[in-house]
Design a protein around this ligand. Structure first.
Ligand SMILES: [Zn+2]
Length: 142
């Protein structure tokens, strides 16, 4: 497939990830993620508290609670609980992954990460590149 056509799908999936970020009830930052394998969406996620916990991500000081799961972690964990696997998949995410999540991404077998916005700390991206995961930034979603 040519590069231009690929890019069209990349943008469409990234737009879905963006739509997903709006489902997050976190106030400080809303992040959405989509995992695609063989041109099929196999998982989705947004940042939020684990199942069974109240739907509030910030504490009384407006700091994000430590147990809030990031969007990509939620999406990867959803695959772990299914019959699918992330091996060879692409992760579409609205914000570049933090270093904690980048470990999960690499270890889960995801081979490509497409993101829309850079996180202030780029050590996650640096780690992924070092691990041989293809990383691409797409800022223009039109
Ligand atoms: Zn993270």
């Amino acid at each position: 497939m040519n590069k231009k056509k690929l890019n069209k799908y990349d943008k469409a999936y990234l737009r879905i990830a963006k739509e997903w970020s709006r489902l997050s009830y976190c106030k400080r930052k809303q992040v959405g993620a989509i995992i695609v394998k063989d041109r099929m969406i196999i998982s989705d996620g947004y940042n939020g508290t684990p199942s069974g916990f109240e739907n509030c991500c910030e504490d009384e000081n407006n700091l994000t609670k430590w147990y809030v799961l990031h969007a990509e972690a939620n999406a990867i964990l959803k695959v772990a609980g299914s019959t699918q696997s992330c091996e060879g998949a692409t992760l579409y995410i609205t914000l570049s992954p933090c270093k904690e999540c980048s470990k999960l991404i690499h270890q889960s077998g995801i081979k490509r990460v497409v993101y829309h916005e850079g996180y202030k700390d780029d050590s996650g991206i640096q780690f992924l590149e070092k691990a041989g995961v293809e990383v691409e930034l797409i800022t223009d979603l039109e």
